[in-house]
Design a protein around this ligand. Structure first.
Ligand code: GDP
Length: 537
């Protein structure tokens, strides 16, 4: 059963560095344990001395990502950043994804920047709605997925029932890498199938330290675990018999998913997750550009902006553009070209940012994430390069479902108002729509989730000193259209056409009935679904 993957060690410095990179994100439903697992992974890699207590967010030390006041108040994580650590001979880049569905557009952008995803499942809940939506995005991007069944220390569902659910709902064939010994609620350890041994876990300092792990042969395990060991082996073998033994190609092709069991809170099974990432997750590999050509990892430096963030930290009021390095070696201070504008950009302030932690970064390789500070000219989706130009595919905008008119509360602050809206739009916090009828003073803000408006309002007031009023519009759906539609719908109730800043005309409708009525009355209008290939969050 043991399968060693031979990673290429040949090649030049950059190829070797790319081969060492594992860049991934954790996708899960809120509360499945993403933050806890992130800390546990970092703990194993010795980044954080002691993981937060298992009592969750409220009591956790300031280790992970919650930085905006709003996030702290609500206990949700809105902003994205990347945690980097060394483990064995690899460099692991773990990209944080926002926990709330209203920020799914941000999550989508993060998933454009990773090579693999860990799907974290709460053993008591199975595949929850947000997990499924994120899974769909991963599937569209052909991202290989590792499944982790978490919280096995608590009573939950039956392991085989969970495997059935995975197969039925994701179409992925589960390939166990570890299998829990002891039912959920009585987590003794795992059968480590690769090494055919029993890894027995014991709590260490109430889960604050790496679990104490002892290894036993199957014979010893049978002796000291009895029926629990036999059950684990029987169950795992049943899954393998009906699916397939572990096969890395099926995993990379998005047909099968390696499965592991964990208790992130107790640090059980976490080392096995890291080992799976190192041994099986795809390395940073050549990325296709807009024409479909791939830029080799050892080509001159290139990357793209997948996230722009500002106001992340009261102590650092600045903009950080997060770049995923696609090729070449990034060196701090190098002057790169911004593809969209063809302008030069000096990368003097390059940092690694995770939560409140910031560190100057001097070099980075394919798969790494670089945070460029004071990067207000950079926008989500921008390609950066040196020497040979490259344009990476745009990160598509989601179909907005919520629309509000924004107005400056104080007319004398219109300049700040305009600047703030423009900046937030560039950061991808909100989409901005305009029309001559509504005028420049009252742009329409369009969002995927209503919480985006709260972020905009907070940022406008605190970062741009331009408090604003919002007024809800009755629309709930948008379609791509053309300029000709504008006069046609000008006098139609329940619809309106506006121009988005990326040059697309959006027709907005109160509801599906309004849309259908208009389609019937004006069959020649172009009304295309936005990103029909993408799931709606
Ligand atoms: P997130 O919303 O996915 O980031 O979830 P958190 O990491 O904040 O975890 C949510 C809650 O579940 C917290 O109270 C955690 O302490 C708890 N939790 C996370 N992992 C485990 C686990 O493996 N076992 C148990 N019993 N609780 C866990």
């Amino acid at each position: 059963m043991s399968q060693d993957i031979l990673r290429p060690v040949r090649g030049n410095e950059i190829e070797k560095q790319a081969a060492r990179r594992r860049t991934f994100a954790v996708i899960s439903h809120p509360d499945a344990g993403k933050s806890t697992l992130t800390e546990a992974l970092a703990l194993h890699a010795k980044v954080i001395g002691t993981a937060g207590a298992s009592s969750g967010k409220a009591n956790r030390k300031e280790t992970v990502s919650d930085w905006m006041q709003m996030e702290q108040d609500r206990g949700i994580s809105i902003s994205s950043a990347a945690l980097q650590f060394d483990y064995r001979d690899t460099v692991i880049n773990l990209l944080d994804t926002p926990g709330h569905a209203d920020f799914s557009e941000d999550t989508y952008r993060v998933l454009a920047a990773v090579d693999c995803a860990v799907m974290l499942v709460d053993a008591a809940k199975g595949l929850e709605t947000q997990t499924m939506k994120l899974f769909e995005v991963c599937k569209q991007r052909n991202l290989p997925i590792i499944t982790v069944i978490n919280k096995w220390d608590r009573p939950g569902l039956d392991a085989l029932a969970l495997m059935d659910e995975i197969t039925e709902r994701t179409g992925l064939l589960p390939m166990p890498l570890t299998w829990a010994v002891g039912i959920s609620g009585d987590f003794r350890g795992v059968w480590d199938l690769r090494n055919d041994r029993f890894a027995q876990f014991k709590r260490n300092n109430a889960g604050a330290n790496i679990a104490i792990t002892e290894y036993f042969t199957p014979e010893q395990a049978l002796e000291n675990q009895g029926a629990d060991w036999e059950n684990a082996v029987d169950e795992a073998e049943l899954v393998i018999d009906s699916n397939l033994a572990f096969n890395v190609d099926e995993f990379h092709a998005g047909k099968a998913t390696p499965v592991l069991f964990s208790s992130a809170a107790l640090n059980f099974g976490v080392k096995e997750i890291l080992d799976a990432l190192v041994d099986f997750a795809p390395q940073a590999s050549p990325r296709p550009d807009v024409t479909g050509e791939t830029r080799p990892v050892d080509a001159p430096f290139s990357g793209f902006v997948f996230k722009v963030q500002a106001g992340m930290n009261k102590a650092h009021r600045d903009h950080v553009a997060f770049i995923r390095v696609c090729s070449g070696k990034f060196e701090r201070g190098m002057v790169v070209t911004q593809g969209r504008t063809n302008k030069s950009f000096a990368t003097k302030y390059a940092q690694q940012v995770f939560g409140r932690e910031r560190e100057v970064i001097d070099e980075a390789f394919p798969g790494d994430v670089v945070g460029l500070v004071n990067a207000s000219s950079l926008r989500v989706g921008d390609s950066l390069f040196i020497e040979q130009p490259v344009e990476f595919p745009a990160i598509p905008l989601f179909a907005p479902e919520h629309f509000q008119v924004a107005r400056s509360k104080d007319p004398s602050k219109f300049k700040q108002f305009r600047r703030g809206i423009e900046q937030l739009e560039h950061e991808g916090v909100i989409q901005v729509l305009r029309s001559d009828i509504r005028g420049d003073q009252a742009p329409v803000l369009a969002a995927v989730g209503p919480m985006q408006f709260e972020v905009v309002q907070d940022r406008m007031e605190h970062d741009f000193n331009a408090p604003m009023r919002l007024e809800r519009l009755p629309y709930s759906m948008a379609r791509l259209t053309t300029l000709d539609t504008m006069p046609v719908l000008a006098n139609v109730v329940g619809a309106e056409v506006l121009l988005r800043s990326d040059g697309e005309y959006l027709a907005l409708f109160n509801d599906i009935w309004a849309l259908r009525r208009i389609q019937k009355n004006y069959p020649d209008l172009v009304l295309e679904t936005i990103g029909s290939e993408r799931p709606q969050f």
